[in-house]
Design a protein around this ligand. Structure first.
Ligand code: GDP
Ligand code: MG
Length: 597
């Protein structure tokens, strides 16, 4: 392969600015799909992605482009997710290419993730091509946005490409820019094999599929390869590329991106970021790895039906292969039985994993309150990392507790600035900076992550009517006046609802949780007391009054089939309940109660 005819690039953008639509146009123009196979956002292949309209897994596609210079180029496109929770996927994609298309919606302008992604691209030494999208919209202001890119990001946008990914206008200009402005990859066919493991996933038909970027050497069927970090060796059965359909090719050389199938059974053998080398002629040094992902939000996942535990365990193992940023370990809860404590990059990440488990693996789950990682310093000098409020030591043994703080960047039209400042102050935020670019304010705050994981993002969106964008990085640990808030139902503590809160917020949170639970717990044949407590001190209470009516009372007369149906329905409802002492709490009440701030 002639390296000068290869270009590897990512598309980076704030969510909804048109990455996936641009990828569609590029595939339509240069990819291996017929018109009939082409559908909107083809790369968003998972059902959840389609329904939510977002890209979760980074995907890759090989395109073939006959350029104006008469040569035919191979373009490897890495689609990336834009949401803040998936920064890890973005960094992996970026490490595998030389340049980026920076897509900015010309009717919206630069947003928080535009900034976050572009800084990552710069860190990876990418050549960046600014692309102003949606110029078909009457509200598009490409000149204003061009200036904004220069003012806010400090990137020369004088030769930005103006396009409409929707209509296809300007797509050829994008392709020409890729070929003329991005550098080709570097690499040596003769050197010992070094390929970067970008991603791997489990495929029901092929087993473990591994996505790689070859740096040096050649990958082909029959070669015995070794994973440098684990030492595991496998013989390659097939190599191929995505067009986006999987296509087997004879070999993958330097600069190329593709997949290998090597009869790998152990999912643990494929560490993302690992270097794959030739078992007979190994490279002396692995490639520089990726930034490891650090889960910042933890929660418990429990099967509603205890018999599903083995299925949950296997499903988690499979998901983990598809998503290296997600972690889990076994956990036991007094109320919920056997389950797993899982770590995520953020709340959206948590919701998506939960949804995938329920849909793809047919599991019914209960999710406990999300918690950040606290550092608890004990009086005996020890430090414990606390992933679970249930493991909080006795107050008397605690010297101090530290919590993680983040540095958040918020971009918003200045008319919404007031309510956003208030929101940040309510969440114990400390303002670091406030600057303007035109009528947009760029706000930098330090905030405790604990105050952000619940519903900060939703609140931010609602007070700004959707116009605010938000991005964050974990900053530092700081001491805080934190307490464990317990919820008791008829005197029984519900461990799944326990949470750690700042002392000044405890009463308000406790009261809100009780009120919410009162609405969510259906009336039963007896009175139910709901209490919030810190240690032995009750700080809030509500009562669900007793229910007198018989469910079958409506069926006057002797319509036995109807009566049976009703009882059947009631039984069905019961399946989704959890028992606390004598009280049944519907599963839906957990998540709903936990979602409120
Ligand atoms: P992503 O989140 O960056 O992948 O964005 P999508 O490609 O999913 O696009 C978000 C929305 O913008 C979708 O409803 C697209 O149809 C729409 N969109 C994308 N490009 C254009 C464009 O050039 N013009 C118009 N009018 N809409 C567009
Ligand atoms: Mg997308």
């Amino acid at each position: 392969t002639d390296l000068s005819l290869i270009r590897n690039f990512s598309i980076i953008a704030h969510i909804d600015h048109g990455k996936s639509t641009l990828a569609d146009r590029l595939i339509q123009r240069c990819g291996g799909l017929s018109d009939r196979e082409m559908k909107d956002q083809v790369l968003d292949s998972m059902d959840i992605e389609r329904e939510r309209g977002i890209t979760i897994k980074a995907q890759t596609v090989r395109l073939t482009y006959p350029a104006k210079d008469g040569k035919t180029y191979t373009l490897n496109l890495m689609d990336t997710p834009g949401h803040v929770d998936f920064a890890y996927e973005v960094s992996r994609s970026l490490a595998a290419c030389e340049g980026s298309l920076l897509v900015v919606d010309a009717s919206q302008g630069v947003e928080a993730q535009t900034l976050a992604n572009v800084y990552q691209a710069i860190d990876n030494n990418h050549e960046i091509i600014p692309v102003l999208n949606k110029i078909d919209l009457p509200a598009a202001e490409p000149e204003k946005v061009r200036k904004q890119i220069e003012d806010v990001i400090g990137l020369d946008a004088s030769n930005a490409v103006l396009i409409s990914a929707k209509t296809g206008l300007g797509i050829d200009d994008v392709l020409e820019a890729l070929v003329t402005r991005l550098p080709p990859p570097k690499g040596d066919t003769e050197a010992p094999l070094r390929a970067l493991l970008i991603d791997s996933w489990y495929d029901a038909y092929q087993g473990v599929v591994t996505l790689v970027r070859v740096k040096d050497g050649v990958l082909k069927a029959g070669l015995k390869v070794r994973m440098m970090s684990t030492g595991a060796a496998h013989v390659i059965e097939r190599v191929g590329v995505f067009t986006p359909k999987g296509l087997v090719v004879p070999e993958l050389g330097p600069g190329e991106v593709g997949f290998i199938i090597a009869g790998i059974k152990e999912v643990a053998d494929c560490r993302i970021g690992d270097t794959i080398t030739d078992d007979r002629r190994p490279a002396p040094e692995p490639l520089p790895g990726f930034k490891p992902s650090v889960p910042v939000v933890f929660c418990g996942l429990f099967p509603v039906d205890a018999a599903d535990y083995p299925n949950l365990r296997d499903s988690l193992a499979k998901l983990r292969l598809n998503d290296a940023s997600f972690q889990y370990e076994p956990e036991t809860s007094a109320a919920l039985g056997f389950g797993f404590r899982c770590g995520f990059l953020g709340l959206l990440h948590l919701e998506i994993i939960q949804e995938r488990l329920e849909r793809e693996f047919n599991l019914d789950l209960i999710t406990t309150a999300p918690s950040v990682v606290y550092r608890v310093y004990l009086t005996n000098g020890e430090m414990k990392e606390l992933h679970n409020p249930a493991d909080m030591p006795e107050v008397t043994r605690i010297e101090k507790i530290e919590e993680p703080w983040i540095k958040a960047t918020i971009l918003v039209p200045d008319e919404y600035l007031g309510p956003i400042l208030k929101l940040c102050e309510d969440r114990r935020g400390e303002q670091i900076d406030l600057t303007y670019a035109g009528n947009r304010a760029m706000l930098v705050y330090r905030l405790p992550l604990n105050e952000v994981v619940f519903d900060f993002y939703d609140r931010l969106k609602s007070v700004s009517r959707g116009y605010a964008s938000f991005d964050y990085q974990v900053d530092a640990y700081r001491e805080g006046d934190l307490v464990k808030l317990s919820i008791l139902v008829n005197g029984e503590p519900v461990d799944a609802l326990a949470c750690i809160v700042h002392k000044t917020h405890a009463e308000q949170r406790g009261r809100a949780l009780c009120t919410r639970l009162k609405e969510l717990i259906p009336r039963q044949l007896f009175k139910i007391a709901i209490q919030a407590a810190i240690g032995a001190k009750v700080i809030a209470r509500e009562t669900v009054s007793a229910l007198r009516k018989d469910v079958t009372a409506k069926c006057y007369g002797g319509d036995i089939t109807r009566k049976r149906k009703l009882l059947e329905k009631q039984k069905e409802g019961k399946k989704k309940m959890r028992q606390y002492g004598s009280v049944e709490i519907p599963q839906s009440a957990f998540l709903a109660a936990l979602k409120m701030g």
